[in-house]
Ligand binder design. Structure first.
Ligand code: ATP
Ligand code: MG
Length: 144
């Protein structure tokens, strides 16, 4: 077991539908502690940069439009195996294919409007945390 941090985003559909508290409740029940959080609206350039890995995909422009359509809630989660644990809580990208009891199955609207983002590897988690937060913003709540 290893103590990790991961980056989570509640996407514009989740914020607009007042799901922040419900999503945080799932994190805390699973042992993922919120150690930094901020609400912001992504600019087009920021959304394009964050999802740059998908820039050649047919859904890229639509994804950027969606991610800039309203405020998002961004948080750093800390806990044992936090990256995989958060991915498990989220479920598959397409809510229709996500397992019962996952965030996307319960509250995702479509393969694009799928409620949450989570880092997909510890290395990407480090990059994504640094995209949104400075060292001083991230609190450590777990003794090391
Ligand atoms: P995320 O990176 O947001 O945590 P993910 O890792 O499950 O999600 P990715 O393959 O990285 O999925 O896709 C990034 C995002 O692009 C998805 O979360 C979704 O919002 C959107 N997306 C992915 N595939 C499609 C698709 N086929 N059609 C429309 N939007 C898509
Ligand atoms: Mg991804």
């Amino acid at each position: 077991m290893s103590l990790e941090r991961t980056l989570s985003i509640i996407k514009p559909d989740g914020v607009a539908r007042d799901r922040i508290g419900s999503v945080y409740d799932r994190f805390e029940r699973a042992g993922l502690r919120i150690v930094a959080a901020r609400m912001l609206e992504l600019s087009r350039a920021q959304a394009e940069s964050f999802y740059a890995v998908h820039q050649k995909r047919p859904f890229f422009q639509s994804l950027v439009a969606y991610m800039t359509s309203g405020p998002v809630m961004v948080q750093v989660l800390e806990g044992e195996e936090a990256v995989q644990k958060n991915r498990d809580l989220m479920g598959a990208t397409d809510p229709a294919k996500a397992a019962p009891g996952t965030l996307r199955r319960d509250w995702g609207e479509s393969i694009e409007r799928n409620l949450v983002h989570g880092s997909d590897s510890p290395a990407n988690a480090l990059c994504e945390i640094a995209f949104f937060f400075g060292e001083i913003d991230v609190f450590s709540r777990t003794p090391r």
